[in-house]
Design a protein. Structure first.
Length: 148
């Protein structure tokens, strides 16, 4: 019989491509969403970016290679200075949160998207047919939880 894991105590780990930066997040993500904004596309090189939001005090990012870049007013994006992998997003809009890119996590399949956000910036050739709620902008945490 499989042992039950207490989601509130679960430890999620991850790293960048070269292993120079490691991530440890305790507990469940507060939300998971695909972001279609131009800034996230440019920062990650993909047509959208998938983030898991965590309470900031439950995440530890380690490694001398970890750097942050002020990509726009009130926004810091974290990355590995060795391999260039995008890792995190922090905003003054949500000072108690850090958003971790799902792709750097060791078990990305555990982070199931709940919505598409910033869809007014979505690429025209990308067709959203997965049935997830869509938001033209990034909703407030309460709005997303109520509608997702």
């Amino acid at each position: 019989m499989a042992e039950e894991v207490d989601v509130a105590e679960a430890l999620h780990t991850g790293s960048c491509l070269c292993g120079g930066v490691t991530i440890a997040a305790k507990g469940a993500a507060t939300w998971v969403a695909h972001c279609h904004c131009r800034s996230c596309r440019r920062a990650t090189g993909g047509p959208f970016a998938t983030f898991a939001g965590f309470e900031r005090d439950k995440v530890m990012i380690s490694g001398e290679a970890y750097r942050q870049h002020a990509s726009s007013p009130g926004v810091k994006r974290g990355f590995c200075k060795k391999c260039g992998a995008s890792i995190s997003y922090e905003s003054s809009k949500w000072p108690a949160e850090i958003h971790i890119l799902v792709g750097v996590m060791d078990a990305p399949q555990d982070f199931i998207p709940q919505a598409h956000v910033c869809t007014k910036s979505k690429l025209a050739w990308l067709h959203l047919e997965d049935g997830l709620p869509t938001f033209e902008e990034f909703p407030s945490s309460n709005q997303q939880r109520e509608e997702a």
